[in-house]
Design a binder for this molecule. Structure first.
Ligand code: SAH
Length: 245
């Protein structure tokens, strides 16, 4: 069954209204008709079976037939700082990160990232990534919508804003000692913030700034992983050790 996210306020006494891009998707792509069923998620952990009652050009209405609480969210709050990458390489990583249960993604402007996003293009890019995150969340059956940070951030700002996370890691290929297995936390951590860099890696200043905010440089082993491989490996390892994978 096709899945859609709606806001909790779009429900009123047993009825739900879908607006925006979902409307054209349901009408013109899926060509669903009244009487057909969809799955609706409210982003709060509830999944509804909805029978469509009206399919109009601007809005779609449906009757809620059943509601169940589902939990597909990881107990681990994972925040990923991901450097901008060449071309559209950011997009598939974002998708995979959502599949792997990331809670929030922060696009980073790093010193060595080759792509330049002008301030004027930023909103458009973020809107595109929000859409990708939403699609990936639907596809992978997430019950909560992962957040995409509304602005590009520097390594310094990212690290500063994550000061309350239980575990804070910056992945650095030049780190020679600390691996993930060396990180010991007394109680199982509930929140982890981490960063992975661009094709050219992080600069020394960025590593220093991260350290200043309590981030530990950690190695992913003796081989250099591509900028698009590292985040996927990291999320899998973290979810396996402290999350639900
Ligand atoms: N320019 C570097 C590689 C950068 S790889 C070089 O060729 O030497 C891109 C990003 O992936 C890095 O910034 C880092 O965050 C992560 N990464 C890749 N391999 C890694 C490793 N072995 N240990 C830790 N981080 C790694």
């Amino acid at each position: 069954m096709h899945r859609f996210f709606v806001r909790p306020e779009d429900f009123t006494s047993g009825e739900v209204v879908l607006r925006g891009s979902d409307v054209s998707h349901i009408r013109t792509v899926l060509r669903l008709k009244p009487g057909e069923r969809i799955q609706v998620l409210d982003g709060l952990g509830n999944r509804y079976c909805v029978c469509l009652t009206e399919v109009k050009p601007k809005e779609i209405r449906g009757q809620v037939e059943s509601k169940e609480a589902v939990q597909t969210e990881s107990p681990l709050n994972l925040r990923m700082g991901l450097s901008l990458l060449k071309g559209n390489k950011f997009d598939p990583i974002l998708r995979k990160a959502v599949e792997l249960g990331v809670r929030s993604v922060v696009p980073l402007r790093t010193e060595r990232c080759v792509v330049r996003v002008l301030r004027t293009e930023e909103d458009k890019k973020i809107a595109r990534w929000e859409k990708i995150a939403r699609e990936a969340a639907k596809q992978s059956g997430r019950t909560e919508l992962p957040a995409v940070h509304p602005r590009l951030q520097s390594v310094e700002n990212f690290c500063h804003e994550c000061r309350d996370f239980d575990v804070k890691i910056i992945f650095w290929e030049e780190e020679e000692e600390t691996r993930l297995k060396d990180i010991h936390v007394e109680n199982s951590p509930r929140s982890i913030a981490f960063l992975t860099g661009p094709e050219g890696g992080f600069s020394r200043q960025e590593i220093e700034a991260a350290k200043q905010s309590g981030f530990q440089p950690v190695s992913l082993g003796p081989r250099i992983l591509r900028a698009e491989t590292a985040p996927v490996v990291v999320l899998s390892l973290l979810q396996n050790r402290w999350g639900d994978l």
